[in-house]
Design a protein around this ligand. Structure first.
Ligand code: GUN
Ligand code: ZN
Length: 442
């Protein structure tokens, strides 16, 4: 092994996915290594398996041991707004008024690179404290907000997807670009940041209300300018929003059709929310291989509605789905809490029970597949990037008491997603380095 290589080894119980728990018995899709060893070199997993089988490969003292823990691939948040960190938990409005009253005034502050950098830094720390190692992130209309975000992500070595918000109408003066300006600024940011190290770019028209047809066309042209760019926007979140979109695009057959006609629907297109969907919309999503980001805490907080998860993933025409926190409308950075709320929302929406193994898949391997990044992230296997989160099943007195009763991995995972949150994350690794270690409490 060359002396310049950067190595690490983690010992502990780990779980990872070998299949899709929505299309097979959930337990068959999960691999559990009771006493495992994960060997890492230069940010990638080289080998993983039973500790006893691999221990000879690591020099004495070279192992970080996590006893009584559960190691998972790092969580993936498929929809989140970093500039909304300062307005999380703002009272009393539904989507369109909430944007006007709380979000837009805050987003205007991101013309300042210093402010953007401070919030980007705090936001990324919050992701890591929650075991999230990849996220699809909205910045603001200011290119400076994107630069600040990617710079901070690069320092941490995290794999992030992000982009400049495009808005050329129905937004305050200080938050509007034009179709041409949005195109030019996005193009420059793509040239600087897309595939720079672990950073990835997403064309980011906010939603159909705040972009003219010309701007959506420009976004479509950018999306197709390379074959591995992402696109993210919002879709069918709120009834007033949907009615407004109908008046703005009367010639379109559906909300999704507005985006489709602009060339914005296809692989690596991520649509936030997608609550008020018809069967033909799901069929179109299936046919085009795009992805829906299910954001249960946000949908509950804004009273937007209940996403029909089991309709979306119906094996007869499955649609790619990931989970999103949607901070600042979402109320938690924790993908554990988000899984717990997704369970309740699927019960409410269709009387169907989300299995814990399915929920963890949505937050890891399933999200990676949905984002076409499953050759890089989302599982613990040789060749994968070493993004890991170490969970503590006894993080609180209640968790300790309850998890002692667990008799199966599914049971343990369900307790973690129901009662767990940032306190359950003992450590987070990104690119083969420990980037967060929970402080010891007395
Ligand atoms: N629709 C358009 N913009 C936003 C946003 O910032 N948050 C949410 N939840 N929905 C949106
Ligand atoms: Zn959003």
């Amino acid at each position: 092994m060359p002396s310049s290589s950067r190595t690490a080894a983690l010992r502990g119980r780990f779980v990872t996915f070998t299949g899709n728990p929505f299309t097979m018995p959930p337990e068959d899709a999960l691999h559990v290594e009771e006493d495992g060893l994960i060997l890492i070199e230069n940010g990638k997993i080289t080998q993983c398996g039973a500790y006893d089988a691999l221990r000879a490969q690591v020099p004495e003292g070279g192992i970080t041991h996590y006893p009584d823990s559960l190691i998972s691939a790092g969580f993936i948040d498929t929809h989140v707004h970093y500039p909304q960190l300062p307005v999380i938990a703002s009272w009393g409005k539904q989507l369109l008024e909430w944007l006007q009253q709380y979000v837009f005034p805050t987003e205007a502050k991101f013309s300042s690179p210093e402010f953007a950098q401070a919030i980007a830094r705090a936001f990324l720390q919050e992701l890591l404290r929650n075991g999230t190692t990849t996220a699809a992130v909205y910045c603001t209309v200011h290119p400076e907000s994107v630069t600040a975000f990617f710079q901070e992500s690069e320092k941490l070595g995290t794999r992030m997807i992000a982009g400049k918000v495009l808005m050329d109408r129905n937004a305050p003066d200080n938050l509007r670009d034009t179709a041409q300006q949005g195109f030019d600024e996005s193009q420059k940011l793509i040239e600087t940041w897309h595939n720079k190290g672990r950073q990835l770019y997403a064309i980011t028209p906010r939603f159909a209300i705040t972009s003219t047809p010309e701007q959506l066309e420009c976004a479509g042209a950018l999306f197709h300018s390379r074959d591995d760019l992402f696109m993210q926007t919002h879709l069918a979140e709120n009834e007033d929003e949907i009615a407004f979109v109908k008046t703005l695009f009367p010639e379109r057959s559906s909300y999704l059709d507005v985006y489709d006609k602009a060339g914005l629907v296809g692989p690596r297109a991520i649509f936030g929310h997608a609550i008020h969907m018809h069967e033909h919309d799901f069929q179109q999503c299936h046919d085009t291989h795009c992805t829906l980001a299910h954001c249960p805490t946000s949908n509950l907080f804004l009273g937007s509605g209940a996403f029909r998860l089991f309709d979306a993933v119906d094996p007869r025409r499955p649609v790619n789905v990931g989970l999103g926190t949607d901070i600042g409308a979402g109320t938690s950075f924790s993908l554990l809490s988000t899984m717990g709320e997704a369970y309740k929302v699927s019960l409410m929406a269709g009387k169907q029970r989300l299995h814990a193994i399915q929920a963890f898949w949505l937050a890891t391997a399933g999200a990676a597949q949905a984002l076409h990044l499953d050759d890089k992230i989302g599982t613990i296997a040789p060749g994968m990037e070493a993004d890991l989160c170490v969970l503590d099943p006894a993080a609180t007195p209640l968790l300790a008491l309850r998890t002692k009763e667990c008799t199966s991995m599914a049971d343990l995972l369900f307790v973690l997603m129901t009662l767990g949150d940032d306190r359950s994350v003992k450590a987070t690794w990104a690119d083969g380095r420990p980037v967060y270690v929970r402080p010891e409490t007395a």
